[in-house]
Ligand binder design. Structure first.
Ligand SMILES: *Cc1c(COP(=O)(O)O)cnc(C)c1O
Ligand SMILES: [Zn+2]
Length: 430
């Protein structure tokens, strides 16, 4: 029996504007809805009947690709692109090991919080040590499919370092725009991977606008979150993994940190895909956790503000990855929370810092501040009675603690300096 290899992009029907609902073919719109400018984010539409013929929980149970590529029929990627990459001598490349990050079941945390089950999804285990790899992998393949030689992106650090990692040795030049105050380990990571790093005076928002203008002017492929429609598609794979790793027992809630809102929107998309395919019969409540000093979406949710009416706010938080003044993916993020009957939660920097050692000591996961933020949100949700004791919750840790050692150090006590003698050891620990 011989069948043609599936060209997975065939399952993409088109792109739909989240504001006006206008639909475009893949060739008609590269990024946003022409009628709505930079905010007219497009959502990729799929032919679920076609996908159903290609993939199911049953076929997945035999799939040996322990990465996001096990879900290729659900991605806007031509599977031949992947096959070609392997043929061209890239069987082992960070692109092929993005995703399928561990989902730990933590009895310690469940006990501490008085909940039935607490699972920690450690996305810091991705090749560049953050969740962003899920999107960057797709970005780099799309750039190749569309024939771009240069890919650019603005980032608080992780999207950029992830892009640099994913484009390694693919003959695609990477230019990134980061805020001047990006933590040094993220900058070092970028430079080591060979990206051209432009540290922009100002914050993430300035970096984002400049990247957009530069891409237009110089014809580079733009990876910017909530502008490039394919980033949510990469990020949605975490939702598939959560369900598959839980053997299709759907959790009650998923907690995740929110900056631009692309991750939470992506998770929502992933759960909706599985609902459309009939793999699951309900979607977990999505709980978006923000830092009090950068809580634009939380505020809008509390005040019933339309995402389109939101305006930039002053931001200040230790969690640099979610230090965003006007969330770019706010429409999808708000939908994710409203349509799943979830909530936004805001937590202080102190609560975020406290979550870092708790996650490390009770679940063995070292998180950067934004990665620990959803756990701080869970603690708050439990103490305010929002979560019931019988619930099963998943906490998505989006970035590794080594990304921001300076902040991690603030969350713990000092080391003990001693003389090289047994007496000194005894005095210190016994
Ligand atoms: C980017 C990022 C986030 C936030 O994702 P958004 O899509 O901007 O909401 C959270 N945590 C980490 C570690 C990140 O890098
Ligand atoms: Zn539109």
């Amino acid at each position: 029996m011989s069948t043609q290899p599936m060209r997975s992009t065939e399952s993409v029907l088109g792109l739909k504007c989240v504001i006006c609902g206008a639909e475009y073919s893949v060739g008609e719109a590269l990024y946003v809805c022409p009628k709505h400018g930079n905010y007219g984010i497009l959502d990729v539409q799929y032919d679920y009947e076609m996908i159903k013929e290609r993939i199911s929980p049953q076929t997945l149970s035999h799939d040996g690709r322990w990465s996001i590529w096990r879900y290729t029929p659900l991605l806007p990627i031509n599977s031949l692109t992947l096959t070609q990459l392997r043929k061209n001598g890239l069987p082992i490349h960070p692109l092929f090991s993005v995703g399928w990050t561990p989902l730990y079941r933590s009895h310690n945390l469940a006990q501490e919080l008085g909940l039935a089950e607490v699972y920690i999804k450690d996305d810091g285990r991705n090749p560049s040590a953050s969740f962003k790899d899920r999107a960057s992998a797709v970005a780099v393949l799309k750039a190749q499919e569309f024939g771009f030689k240069v890919i650019a992106g603005a980032s608080t650090g992780n999207a950029a370092s992830s892009l640099a990692t994913m484009s390694t040795s693919l003959e695609i030049k990477t230019i990134v725009f980061v805020p001047a105050a990006t933590p040094q380990p993220k900058i070092a990571q970028l430079l080591v991977y060979g990206a051209t790093v432009l540290a922009v005076e100002g914050g993430y928002d300035e970096a984002c606008d400049l990247c957009l203008a530069a891409c237009e002017e110089y014809g580079w492929y733009n990876r910017n979150t909530a502008y490039n429609p394919y980033m949510s598609e990469g990020k949605k794979t975490a939702a598939y993994e959560i369900c598959e790793q839980l053997d299709w027992q759907i959790p009650d809630r998923v907690f995740v940190s929110v900056g631009n809102g692309c991750i939470i929107g992506g998770l929502h998309k992933g759960f909706r895909d599985m609902l459309a395919l009939g793999w699951i019969d309900r979607v977990p409540r999505l709980m978006g956790v923000q830092a009090t000093g950068a809580a634009a979406l939380y505020d809008a949710w509390i005040h019933n503000t339309d995402p389109l009416d939101m305006t930039p706010i002053q931001v200040h938080t230790i969690a640099d990855s979610i230090r965003v003044s006007l969330p770019r993916d706010r429409i999808k993020a708000m939908q994710a929370v409203l349509e799943t009957d979830g909530a936004f939660i805001s937590v202080t920097d102190e609560e975020i810092l406290a979550a870092i050692p708790t996650l490390a000591r009770k679940a063995g996961v070292f998180a950067e501040p934004a990665g620990a933020t959803p756990y701080a949100g869970l603690v708050k949700a439990v103490s305010s009675g929002m979560v019931a004791p019988h619930e099963h919750v998943v906490v998505v840790v989006t970035g590794n603690g080594l990304k921001d050692v300076a902040s991690a150090s603030k969350s713990v006590g000092a080391l003990i300096a001693i003389e090289p003698t047994l007496e000194a050891v005894k005095a210190a620990v016994l």
